[in-house]
Ligand binder design. Structure first.
Ligand code: ANZ
Length: 935
């Protein structure tokens, strides 16, 4: 047989598949459907690098297997082509965005086609095609008609470099523009906004139904939506929002956001200072202002106080950077004892700190019994340090308290101050007369236990102290009655935490060295009639007591939906002097994006469309008098917020999708992509739910299963970028080793969800594997054998593709090929089954070999091999994997597997893979038992 020459065969089969249209999804069939979707790309001017196709290879493999398993598969591709980069590119190179985008799409398509994907290109869509964006506009109009699209002039994020407004989702976590990295400012502007917050609750609740989504993506969505139940309470004219009404008695001041209306009107005597502070905050981004760990700043409104409705005391009013204008009420009550930000703020500005919640834990070993009331006792705990040795004195208790280790402690007797009690306990329990108190921990904390020797339930309310002694020269003998109940031990600082029992002791020891607020739950104190109440219970009671209102708030804000740029969908609205914003009649859609000479942003906050008089002037659909078209365009996220529906029915010109097509194809069975944990996936879920409400779709969620991929880094371990010159172009790799090796390598690199660096060496390894598969064709014979390994391979590859564990599927196929190689001759049926398993990964070489075996139809239309469970047994063994003699884990492998296969399996294993050394000096393999790697 001739040599494996990928150049020879790849183009040939790609052309053949195209002609025979074997990947076309059918709309009329009895077969069950599988809709497998990639996050469609934005076709940038730079073309694809090897990272981009990773997800596409995965969906390609998955969809090919599903097709062979008898499903009617929809695996489409299209272009998300509106947006700033195309426009910026056009401005820079003086090329119309339409021309640039068409060129980029052609290039992307060419790059994708040489990789041999099974896309159904008859369903290709382009979000910038008027036939497509007509329906994007139509959806906008439906939102408008339902009151979910509205105009607002609230300040929005403005990128001074891109010269456009942005949604929160378009900002990086440090508040800069996601596109260009510029610092984003707040600017009041007329905007179209979508009321996504109306869907916040449903988007949150329905996350629980998405059982096939990665947990971390759902968590990211939960955090983005950020629901919290809280209470609004009035401090005189100032309304605050709090989630901790239980701490109301500890509110020692009130803070307003710099933008709060009351900041302007309250009669502060230091007006100039306040105004200057407010003006300075306007220059800073929200994220900069509120970032954790960032020093909080503020100014007091001198001469202004309000009444704390619980304590009835006057408290000062401040304005500070850490309070956001648009969250809650824009006002907060400062509870420094129990909130970290307030604690930092109060410490900095010397505001009073009042503890109102006392953490109080039951001793897990000796909890209070249910039959008796709990008696409170005031106690002290002191951690005494010997300055000469650096060690701390602890007590190991005996008799009924055996197993307990504490600081020096005891009750405060009547007539004694707490300080006196501390020194007295040190004298009695440690016989040290010359100790000094260093400081007291600001918080009280409690421990509840059953004092069995007294038959009493106790709550010991402890004040905690740090004390020191210079040396032990004055220490006397410990009296016998003390020695009977406990012995004194000196412990290194680092060991104290370990030694202390029960948890309450550990807790107070840790608190002593931390300068933080007390965020634990517990019992109320300093709270009048609520003292002693559990703080969760007190939330409700205190809210009622002061007439607070229970409310729900979200971090999610309405979606700023206009951009002051050219290259986007025109918003189908006409402004009329008399009738205001009027919807363009649906029959007049699409509102075409007009030709302009300059697409540069105007800089005035108006879109370039505003300059095209002939387009802008349009009659009011209601009265016919001349009005003005809306000149803002939609954000780049609009087109991708419903595109999965269009693939179901791409040429429909009476609806975005027909009910029958939607019913058959929806929802997307598997959706694959990376990077859009929030943003796209939030917007997409919102639009889909809206379309459900108006009867366009029949499922409440668009994507049943989501797989999130890890990125591919350059060979140097860095992100691929033009600037670093480390981009690897898939065209080059395909030219060198072929599309099949390229595809397989991308899947073999590591677990799909991991980010891994490219390795040329690795690509070559996979290429060698394909060459071996090629040579094996010459060994096909009419013999039997290789049953177990073949059935195991069918099972493993099928299961692994189903669960997106492509790397281990590849390892298993390598194991099979090694065994087949050793067998010298292989049964035809097993070789054919193997080729079918390999076909989704390496579609070209398998098609060639399949035809070489005398078949005349495509291997990709064959049925998927099935395994015989009775053939699986016996051959699998558990192998211990050691690195330098130390056990790092185990893997399941064929008993007959060779050393290299076992190493490959270990490397591909999710847990073991990370523990494998990159290089080794020696390998000791005891077949079927132990693999020891000496690095
Ligand atoms: C008093 C308090 C005491 C609070 C305490 C917390 C702990 P989440 O859960 O994120 O909704 N807050 C309210 N409005 C704010 C605003 N506009 N800007 C900044 N912070 C604001 O957070 C709710 C808590 O965040 C509220 O509860 C309030 O501080 C603060 F021990 O009130 B809390």
């Amino acid at each position: 047989m001739k040599n494996y020459d990928h150049k020879d065969i790849e183009k040939k089969w790609q052309d053949t598949w195209k002609k025979s249209a074997i990947y076309t999804a059918s709309d009329k069939t009895d077969k069950p459907k599988q809709y497998i979707l990639d996050m469609f790309p934005y076709p940038s001017g730079e073309g694809l690098h090897v990272g981009h196709p990773k997800g596409y290879v995965a969906t390609d493999i998955y969809s090919r297997m599903k097709r062979m398993q008898g499903f009617n598969v929809l695996h489409p591709m299209g272009w998300d082509a509106f947006g700033l980069p195309a426009e910026n590119y056009a401005i820079k190179n003086k090329i119309h965005p339409r021309v640039a985008v068409d060129k980029n799409i052609a290039r992307y398509k060419e790059q994708l086609s040489i990789i041999g994907f099974d896309y159904d290109w008859s369903r290709e869509i382009d979000t910038t095609d008027p036939a497509y964006y007509r329906w994007t506009q139509w959806i906008f109009l439906q939102l408008y008609k339902k009151g979910l699209a509205y105009e607002s002039t609230a300040p929005i994020n403005w990128c001074p470099s891109c010269q456009t407004g942005l949604a929160n989702e378009d900002l990086e976590s440090d508040g800069t523009c996601e596109r260009c990295g510029s610092v984003v400012v707040k600017k009041p502007m007329r905007q179209w906004v979508l009321k996504i917050t109306d869907y916040a609750d449903r988007m949150l609740a329905d996350l629980d139904t998405l059982t096939m989504w990665p947990a971390h993506i759902k968590e990211a969505q939960r955090n983005w939506i950020g629901r919290s139940e809280g209470v609004e309470i009035d401090f005189g004219p100032i309304r605050v929002f709090t989630t901790r009404a239980d701490t109301l008695y500890g509110a020692t001041y009130v803070v307003l956001a710099p933008e709060h209306e009351l900041v302007k009107t309250l009669p502060a005597t230091n007006r100039a200072e306040v105004d200057a502070f407010v003006a300075a905050q306007k220059m800073r981004t929200e994220i900069e202002r509120t970032a954790e760990g960032k020093e909080k700043t503020g100014v007091r409104l001198e001469g202004v106080t309000v009444i704390n409705p619980a304590t009835k005391e006057e408290v000062p009013v401040w304005v500070a950077d850490y309070v956001l204008a648009h969250y809650g009420t824009g006002g907060v009550m400062g509870v420094p004892a129990h909130d970290e930000r307030d604690y930092a703020f109060a410490t900095k500005y010397n505001l009073p700190i009042v503890q109102v919640v006392m953490p109080c834990s039951p001793d897990p070993k000796n909890p209070p019994t249910a039959d008796k009331p709990i008696v409170s006792r005031d106690t002290v705990i002191v951690f005494l340090k010997n300055n000469a040795s650096g060690k701390y004195a602890l007590l190991d208790w005996h008799e009924s308290l055996e197993g307990i280790t504490t600081g020096i402690m005891g009750g405060i007797e009547s007539g004694q101050t707490a300080d006196e009690a501390v020194l007295a306990e040190i004298r009695e329990e440690a016989s040290i007369p010359n100790a000094r108190i260093v400081r007291e921990l600001g918080w009280l904390s409690g421990a509840e236990y059953h004092a069995s020797h007294k038959g009493e339930n106790r709550r010991s309310i402890a004040r905690v102290y740090l004390a020191e002694v210079d040396d032990l020269s004055k220490q006397g003998a410990i009296p016998e009655h003390e020695a009977k109940t406990h012995s004194l031990v000196w412990v290194e600082e680092g060991e104290v935490l370990n030694r202390l029992v029960p948890v309450h002791q550990k807790f107070v020891w840790q608190q002593l060295f931390k300068k933080t607020a007390l965020t634990e739950s517990g019992l109320l104190m300093n709270s009048g009639e609520f003292d002693g109440m559990n703080n969760e219970e007190a939330k409700k009671k205190i809210t009622n007591h002061v007439g607070g209102r229970v409310v729900t708030k979200y971090k999610l804000q309405d979606w700023v939906f206009s951009r002051q740029r050219y290259w986007g969908e025109p918003i189908p609205i006409i402004h009329c002097a008399e009738h205001g914003a009027v919807a363009v009649p649906e029959s007049e859609l699409p509102v075409l994006l007009p030709e302009v000479e300059h697409y540069e942003p105007t800089g005035t906050g108006e879109s370039p469309l505003a300059n095209i008089t002939a387009w802008v002037n349009a009659p009011c659909p209601t009265c016919g008098k001349m009005g003005r078209r809306e000149t803002n365009t939609m954000p780049q996220w609009a087109g991708s917020s419903w595109y999965w529906l269009r693939f179901m029915d791409p040429t429909n010109n009476t609806a975005p999708v027909s009910p029958a097509q939607e019913k058959y194809w929806g929802p997307v069975d598997v959706y694959v992509g990376g990077d859009h944990a929030v943003r796209h996936l939030i917007y997409a879920r919102f639009w889909h739910k809206f379309l459900y409400d108006i009867g366009v779709v029949t499922t409440v969620e668009p994507f049943a299963r989501l797989e999130f991929l890890g990125f591919i880094l350059a060979e140097d371990g860095k992100k691929m970028s033009k600037r670093l010159g480390n981009i690897i172009n898939p065209d080059d790799v395909v030219a060198q080793v072929g599309a099949d090796a390229f595809r397989m390598y991308e899947m073999f690199m590591g677990p799909f969800e991991n980010t891994v660096a490219w390795s040329t060496h690795g690509v070559v390894g996979v290429r060698r594997f394909l060459e071996r598969v090629w040579r094996l064709a010459d060994t096909v014979s009419d013999i039997s054998g290789l049953d177990t390994i073949t059935h195991q391979t069918i099972k493993k590859v099928s299961d692994d593709i189903e669960t997106f564990k492509f790397n281990t599927a590849v390892s298993q196929m390598m194991i099979w090929s090694n065994e087949a190689d050793r067998a010298k001759r292989i049964p035809r049926a097993h070789y054919e089954a193997f080729l079918k398993l390999l076909a989704p990964f390496a579609p070209h070489i398998t098609e060639e070999l399949w035809h070489g075996l005398g078949h005349e139809t495509s291997i990709h239309q064959e049925s998927w091999p099935l395994y015989d469970p009775s053939q699986l047994e016996a051959e699998m063994v558990t192998i211990a994997v050691q690195v330098n003699g130390k056990l790092r884990g185990t893997i399941l492998s064929a008993r007959s597997a060779h050393q290299d296969e076992v190493i490959a399996l270990a490397k591909a294993d999710k847990v073991l893979g990370a523990k494998m050394p990159p290089a080794w000096s020696k390998i000791v393999y005891i077949p079927g038992r132990i693999l020891n790697i000496i690095s």
